[in-house]
Structures are given as structure tokens and as C-alpha cells.
Design a protein around this ligand. Sequence first.
Ligand code: G4P
Length: 284
Amino acid sequence: MDINWYPGHMTGARRKMQEDIKLCDVIIELVDARIPFSSKNPDIDTLASGKKRIIIMNKVDMADPAVTKLWVDYYEKLGFMVLKMDSRVRKETLKVTDAVKTVCKDKIERDRRRGIVAPRPLKAMVCGIPNVGKSTFINSYVGKATAKTGNKPGVTRGNQWIRISKDVNLLDTPGILWPKFESQEIGLRIAFIGSINDNILQLHEVTLKFLDFLKDNYCNILKDRYIIEELGDSEELLYKIAENKKCIKKGGEIDTDKACRLILDDFRSGKLGRISLEKPTNIE
Ligand code: G4P
């Protein structure tokens, strides 16, 4: 199965992002905590080279806490400042201001030594692949109380800076990165979390792969949720789930397509519990 689809508009988005990055001191990259590797586009390392970096492990409420800890260690060892986050919770997003000040402490110190009494606010931008939670994060972080600072002469037209505090300004439009489908595994994980339109996917095949993963890693979740004792192979398992969940067509025939959608929806809506799809030891 080949999952790779690079929409034409992404070329323009990438160029725009390149320009925006030049204006910023710090780049805040959101990744999905369930796939912190597969949802991270390595291009950003080149695009943002020389800039301070923060990784937000977003949707941490949906990921397996033990695995999340491994990822925090992994990215911290690579030199990133890492924050775990449920972006729907404003209080959590507010931690970002301190994180921005911490990663930019050299610059703050330099300004202080130069005797700049009122240093300009640090400029930050958010980026990440579609559906990772960029808008949710920006809305929570910005809240209601902030005013847009307006366009500044010389700044790329269309950009609005939002004043978060006296120390931090945020670019109001996030940079959109397209996921890197470097292997079939990565493509599948992005499909599992629902960041590729299911219409362009082979739903049946994706679901079977997802069941394979659950059997190997979270078999109790499978047994409990779908009331199954013997898991069998994934095709049989899908059939049993369809039976147990009463996925039946009009003529009485078992509807495995419906069961596929149900299983993926259960995962994506968190009904299967907290599941991480990759560990630092099994990335490809
Ligand atoms: P994007 O801008 O990067 O494309 O993503 P967006 O903010 O639109 O978020 C995509 C979906 O992810 C939204 O759900 C949003 O509520 C959800 N989301 C964002 N951050 C978090 C988080 O930290 N935890 C959890 N559990 N969910 C998060 P949706 O179903 O598409 O819309 P809705 O439920 O908000 O209506």
C-alpha cells in the first residue's frame, strides 16, 4: 500500500514559512504525542536552522504516559526544549511563555548587557502538520485578553503579531508542514491518527494493520473494548468485532467496512484509552 500525497499548495506554504521563520527568534513545533516521530517533519530542522526550538508534544492526554516519557527524554537529549500538552487547556499552554524566555535567555542577557532597557518582545511562530492542534493551541494560548499588534512596516504583508505578554509576540498564522512519508510505517501511523483523509486510504488494509499493532502492544484494550477472548488473526478479529458490535448490513451480512470505521473512530476519539503508536526504539 502506498500512502503518499503531497498537495501542490504545500510548496507555496513552505515558501511562506521560510519567510516567516526569518522573522522569528523561536520556532514552536507541535507534534502528536501518539506519534512524536512520524508527525515531525525533518525539513523543519533545515528551515529553522539557527533558530531556538521548542517541541510541544500535543494531545498528550491521548498518549500512553510511559511512552511519552521516553519521547521527552529522546528529544531533550537532541537538545530540544520539550513541553507535554493538552492544548485545549489554556492553563497548560501558558507554560510556553516561560519556555520561550528560557530558550532565548542568551539573547535576553545580551540585550541586558548592551543596556537595552526595554528589549523588544521575543517573536515566536507555531508550526506542525495538519490536525496536530495548531489552531487549538494558538486559540488557548492567546485567549481573549490579547490585542493584535498589527502589521509592521517591512514585515511580510498579511502577518499579524499577537502580543502574548510584554516578553512574547506570536505570529497568528501557523506554518503548515506536510508529514514525511519516509516509510510505509510512518504513512500508516499518520493514517491511524486520522491525519490523512480516509477516502484516499484503503480503509480495510489500514484497519487490519492497526489491529496487528494493537494485538502486539495493547491486547488487553482490544479484548476489553470488544469483548473478545481469543484474538486470532486480524481478519478474523475484525469479523468478530463486527459481530460483537452489531455491524450488520440490511440483508443480515456482516459489515466489516462499518467495523473498520468504528475501530478507527474509537481510537481517534480516545475511546480505546491512551495509546502511543511508536517508541524511540521502533522508529524507522
Ligand atoms: P490544526 O490547526 O493543527 O489543523 O489542528 P486543530 O487545532 O484544528 O485540531 C485538530 C483536532 O485536534 C481538533 O479536534 C482539536 O479539538 C483536537 N485537539 C487539539 N489539541 C488537542 C489536545 O491537546 N488534546 C486532544 N484530545 N485533542 C486536541 P476535532 O475533532 O477536529 O474538532 P473539535 O472536536 O475541536 O470540534
